[in-house]
Design a protein around this ligand. Structure first.
Ligand code: AMP
Length: 575
């Protein structure tokens, strides 16, 4: 498979038909780069060390080969695939994805994580499971009890391995990997490749294929003249946010890239509902349909083209002013390629990217590769939108006053001024113009997502912050106490400290508060939410006191142990 190119399809990757069918029904049109590179060696049974962040499509990159190897009807009850992930959230997310891809194969997938009653997990295991998706802590619990049969495990995946190490799961990972059959395939995905990951890989992977999606080098002079903006938007608010952004940017002609066909169809409908003339273009359409769409775009009868990468490949549309990435592209190459469609021939173009908070790292990666700054902007508020609409109305009226022959309306104005003040008549006319030109008001507030960068981010880690990082029950605790924790929050000028001591050392919130207040003179009320997991605790403290607390903790002990905190490495995004 040396000849994998941009045009490689899922069928070219020699996946079984049930999987190709599942991907097509999900609207995936082509493999992402990490999928293109990982799937063939994984199907061939090799170990793999891959560098990839969330949003690159890495879940399918390991899930599809795992499902490819599932046996037919007479499957044993014992799992053949094990996927280790750092958090409960990710365990659920990955297990849903594996289930979705493997539905036609009858894949039995079980997420196991702390906080969920172990009885339910045991029942499912005894009924029979093909793929277990587990957090390391809970996996170790099961292994110790002998409740996960490991003897048939043929493939193990360490997903987000750097995060698992950061969370103190190194020993658990060694224990789990040590308990697996030696004849197995091992896959390790990590967003970063620090020395500890390399050493983990050396210990547990055998002669792995190494994959890192290399970035293209963009020659300076070739770079298009493009204003690059990004908006951080929670997924559920994306359609409304895009509508607003387009209202304010008022593109003459724009192309909006989506990941899947389904997304293309849904967004086209939403934007048409908002008064745009939007046309969908994707690989599920026949040539005739596509030609019709392109004709409408080229003649100026459509202002927005909503497309997948595949469908838009090779299209050359001269008049484009804006390119929109409805999701952050899964690879920097794709970003560069997309934005190259505007800013041609010296004209300025605009590239807009909507990013979910968890995709922040992908955005940083793109900036690093392109060397261009992407300005993070705020989604226009309702009042921005109103102002913009007023401007549009003003402009429309001004043009009409300057250019049009208005004489034939004179009789209407004259008859109205018998009854009303001229100024009132003008106001009514403006109202009608405004409503006709700017459409319905959109009153839904879109939450603001703020990107916070801890000052001491030494190792360029930009983690998701919208995710539970706990294991062995702490999420359960957080669910119960979540409200209380939130109430305790001390606001935006805070940071979280990671204390490497937790429930397994019987630590309680009072111990942490006591140590901090005792050593630093900080008042108890200046300390915010506290989350206690099995092996660590996270304590919210005022940003300006963080360094003092770290220094002070070096001189004291908690529960008889020296416990030196550090700033939480995960980047937090807050609403
Ligand atoms: P991940 O990096 O695995 O978290 O995937 C990011 C998102 O991309 C998920 O919403 C997937 O459903 C989606 N996705 C993964 N592979 C593809 C593909 N080949 N085409 C379109 N979407 C994809």
């Amino acid at each position: 498979m040396d000849d994998l190119t941009e045009n490689t399809t899922f069928a070219d990757l020699a996946l079984r038909p049930e999987l190709v069918e599942a991907l097509s029904s999900l609207g995936y049109e082509e493999p992402t780069p990490i999928q293109r590179e990982s799937i063939p060696p994984l199907i061939a049974g090799q170990d793999l060390l891959g560098q990839a962040a969330t949003g690159t499509g890495k879940t399918a990159a390991f899930a599809l080969p795992m499902l490819e190897h599932l046996e037919g009807d007479n499957r044993s009850k014992n799992p053949t695939g094990l996927i280790l992930v750092p958090t409960r959230e990710l365990a659920m997310q990955v297990s849903e994805a594996v289930h979705k891809y493997g539905r036609a194969l009858g894949a039995r997938v079980l997420p196991i994580y702390g906080g969920q009653p172990i009885g339910r997990q045991l029942q499912a295991l005894s009924r029979g499971v093909d793929v277990v998706v587990a957090t390391p802590g809970r996996a170790v619990d099961h292994i110790k009890r002998g409740t996960i049969p490991l003897k048939n495990i043929a493939m193990v995946v360490l997903d987000e391995a750097d995060e698992m190490l950061d969370m103190g799961f190194a020993e658990d990972l060694d224990a789990i990997l040590g308990a697996l059959p030696t004849e197995r395939q091992t896959v390790l995905f990590s967003a970063t490749m620090p020395k500890r990951i390399e050493s983990l890989a050396r210990r547990h992977l055998s002669n792995p294929t190494t994959i890192r999606i290399e970035a293209p080098v963009v020659a300076k002079g070739d770079a298009p003249k493009v204003r690059q903006l990004a908006f951080m938007v929670p997924r559920s608010h994306k359609p409304a946010a895009l509508g607003r952004i387009l209202d304010v940017e008022a593109p003459a002609a724009a192309i909006v890239f989506c990941r899947t066909r389904l997304e293309v169809d849904q967004l086209t409908e939403t934007l048409n509902g908002r008064g745009y003339r939007a046309e969908a273009l994707h690989g599920g359409m026949n040539q005739e349909g596509r030609d019709r769409v392109m004709a409408r775009v080229r003649s100026g009868n459509a202002d927005l083209l909503i497309a997948t990468d595949v469908a838009a490949r090779g299209l050359d549309i001269d008049l484009l002013t804006h390119v929109v990435n409805y999701d952050v592209p899964s690879a920097p190459e794709s970003y560069v390629h997309r934005i190259g469609r505007v800013g041609r021939a010296g004209r300025e173009g605009v590239a807009i990217t909507l990013a979910e908070p968890r995709e922040h790292r992908l955005l940083e990666n793109i900036q690093r590769v392109t060397g261009d700054k992407i300005a993070i902007e705020k989604v226009p508020t309702i009042s921005d939108l109103r102002n913009r609409r007023m401007e549009l109305t003003l402009g429309t009226l001004r043009e009409t006053l300057l250019d049009d022959d208005l004489d034939r309306y004179r009789t209407i104005v004259e008859s109205l001024t018998d009854e009303f003040d001229l100024f009132e008549v003008a106001l009514a006319a403006v109202k009608l113009t405004h409503e006709a030109t700017t459409g319905a008001e959109d009153e839904v507030e879109i939450p603001e997502v703020e990107v916070r960068r801890p000052k001491d981010r030494k190792n360029d880690r930009g983690e998701r912050g919208d995710r539970d990082r706990g294991d062995r029950g702490e999420r359960g605790d957080r669910d119960k106490k979540g409200k209380k924790n939130k109430d305790r929050s001390i606001g935006v000028d805070s940071t979280r400290l990671y204390f490497p001591i937790g429930r397994s050392a019987q630590v309680r919130p009072g111990d942490l508060v006591g140590a901090i207040t005792g050593e630093t003179g900080l008042a108890g009320k200046q300390i915010g939410s506290i989350e206690i997991a099995d092996k660590f605790s996270l304590v919210e403290v005022p940003e300006k006191s963080a360094d003092d607390i770290i220094r002070a903790m070096k001189k004291t002990t908690i529960k008889g142990r020296k416990v030196v905190p550090r700033r939480e490495r995960f980047q937090r995004f807050e609403r």
